[in-house]
Design a protein around this ligand. Sequence first.
Ligand SMILES: [Zn+2]
Length: 271
Amino acid sequence: MKRFLLTGIFAVATMLPLLTQCAQQRMQRQALESQTVVLDIGHYYAPERGGQGARTPDATQGGMLEECEFWYRYAGEVKKVVEAAGYRCVVCNRGEMPTDPKLAKAAREIGVVHVKTPIPTAVYRSRHHPQRMAVGILSADYALDRRPGAVVFLHLNSDSDTWRVSNKGAFYCNKCGVKLATAMAQVMSRRIFDHGMPNHGVPCGVVVRTDGRRGGGDWLNTCNESYVPAVITEVAFVSNPEHARFLNRPADARRFARAIGEGIVAYMRRR
Ligand SMILES: [Zn+2]
């Protein structure tokens, strides 16, 4: 009996790593073969206060600009490019439907799925990888539920409360998102940086984030543990007057959004 028990324990101990390996390979294959792209509109819309992302210091560069509201207006452009290339595209946001009628109309047209995080400023634990905790992680969970091939968190960058020309915009990505971020950066440098949006000759960067909870990177790491490439778009600064002027012109804003879509498509085609 004792020998039987020991043999049993030995069998389980040798099988476990194999099973884990199988599960990993299945997840890797699933991500590589997936035809779905998830876009997450960053931050959330609060009634009375508006979008809760970064804002321009003032309205002197063509109007006030706030990242969450910006993406309610333009995520549809990214989606159109991805869908035109034959992929499925789902757009989500961690909060609720905006109360602003124009943004609500845009959200309905895009078909934004609101994850309705009970307290959008609170830290939540991922259902997929419970060791991962972050503000906004419920939309990363929603994205992983869709079994995506790529997840893109739509943001704009800011590094100052006053106007400041900064040109170090980058796509921040998880470890398995380097190819996705690189493809997106190539399109951004070729089509937008110094092609309408001044960037003083600095190309678009790619930054791998492995800094976990403290740096907010747990959304990226929870995707990484499902082998799903994930990218945060931090390429244009709302605190840079030259970038703000560009993004405040609707035709240029659409061009910027489409360049993000084209980068995603370039990756999906050549992965
Ligand atoms: Zn942001």
